[in-house]
Write a protein that binds this ligand. Structure first.
Ligand SMILES: Cc1ncc(COP(=O)(O)O)c(C=O)c1O
Length: 377
């Protein structure tokens, strides 16, 4: 018992090796204002969303009390499923909601991946898509970021049938768009399935923020597509969703373990998501304002002509660290993203443009990134 701190235990050995491998992560101090918030439109603090959520809280209580299959199937679940399906697919698909976007992706990729032919996954896909594919227990063809020609070539060379292609629409780390029309063409020709994670595109791109398909002027196709996403980003709430065909929904509902074995969302959270969707559907300017603001900051900071609200700032690690520290001195958090969040050697700052930015934030950004702004002009 003497000198407890130097004793070699399972935990202390594990800690030592994680430190050696550079895998220790820290949560930034809570008092800093984050500049990588996913609440792009500020809906998490919208008075109407708060009111609707508080009303539901008072009427229905705090918890869901069980999974949808037991005691947790509050009517607001079905209302939200109908609303999100209408918003994302204009009634061409139906919806199924989950406790998080992570659960939605884990479920869709593992359930359909298990029964698909060859699986293709973009190299920059989010961890929730990767983790679902890990559950499939078969080889996954990880294709170079955005390289649809690689996929087409592989499909042709190997004669792959029923391919399942998994991609984000607006990539969370690079802020660029996937070649959705080309990937869709490949899966349709081979009678496969395109899984599109619209997590960051929902509320931010396309008209009224309908997302990636709208951005590319494509219709939702329930025979060859499943679109997933989350209420936790531009919609300012919590929970995930899948938009899919009727039969695909029955399959997912029958086999998705995160849906079956996890408690449903609380009514107050469902009410907040319904309220946010209502605001988006009835506002023509909200998403457009974000797109205009994003365009301006993209141009200023990177020179890119893009309306993506995700700005990926690359550079030598020392520069990124110095910029991050300077922002921290101003009271803002923008941590340097390192492996495994981004590929090795592709460290970056991920700035999210936000409609609620104050003049103080804009001033801090201009001061911190003055050299980048000079270069891009
Ligand atoms: C691209 C992408 N997909 C899915 C998720 C998971 O969503 P949620 O936070 O609702 O679990 C995230 C969130 O980090 C994401 O960035």
């Amino acid at each position: 018992m003497n000198n407890r701190h130097s004793r070699k235990t399972f935990i202390s050995d594990l800690m030592t090796s994680l430190v050696d491998e550079g895998k220790i992560k820290k949560i930034p101090p809570a008092w800093l204002t984050s500049l990588s918030s996913n609440d792009y439109l500020g809906l998490a603090r919208h008075p109407r969303v708060i009111d609707d959520s508080v009303n539901a809280l008072r009427i229905y209580g705090t918890g869901a009390t069980g999974s949808r299959y037991l005691s947790g199937n509050h009517p607001l679940n079905e209302e939200l499923e109908a609303r999100i399906a209408r918003f994302k697919s204009l009634e061409k698909g139906v919806g199924r909601i989950f406790t998080s976007g992570y659960h939605a992706n884990l479920s869709v990729t593992s359930v359909f991946g298990t029964h698909a032919g060859t699986i293709y996954s973009d190299s920059e896909n989010h961890a929730s898509l990767i983790d679902g594919l890990r559950l499939v227990k078969k080889a996954v063809q990880v294709f170079p970021h955005g390289d649809w020609k690689w996929v087409l070539d592989h499909v042709k060379r190997t004669g792959a049938s029923r391919p399942m292609v998994v991609t984000e629409s607006l990539f969370s780390m690079s802020g660029d768009f996937a070649p959705i029309p080309e990937l869709y063409r490949i899966v349709r020709e081979k009678e496969g399935l395109l899984v599109i994670d619209d997590a960051h595109a929902t509320g931010t791109v396309g008209s009224k923020g309908r997302g990636g398909l709208d951005f590319f002027s494509l219709d939702f196709d329930p025979d060859f597509m499943i679109v997933t996403g989350t209420f936790s980003k531009a919609l300012g709430s919590l929970g995930g969703f899948a938009i899919l065909g009727e039969k695909a929904r029955t399959i997912l509902t029958s086999l998705a373990r995160p849906l079956i074995y996890s408690t449903a969302l609380p009514p107050a959270v469902l009410a907040a998501s319904c309220s946010s969707l209502d605001i988006l559907e009835n506002s023509s300017h909200l998403t457009k304002s974000l797109q205009d603001l994003s365009k301006r900051w993209q141009k200023e900071l990177t020179g890119a002509n893009s309306s993506s609200p995700i700005i990926s700032l690359r550079g030598p690690l020392s520069t990124l660290r110095q910029e991050s520290s300077q922002l921290a001195e101003f009271g803002f958090s923008l941590p340097v993203l390192v492996h495994p969040t981004v590929p090795e050697g592709q460290e970056r700052l991920r700035l999210s443009v936000n409609l609620t930015w104050t003049s103080g934030i804009e001033k801090a950004l201009k001061t911190t990134f003055s050299e980048r702004m000079g270069v891009s002009r």
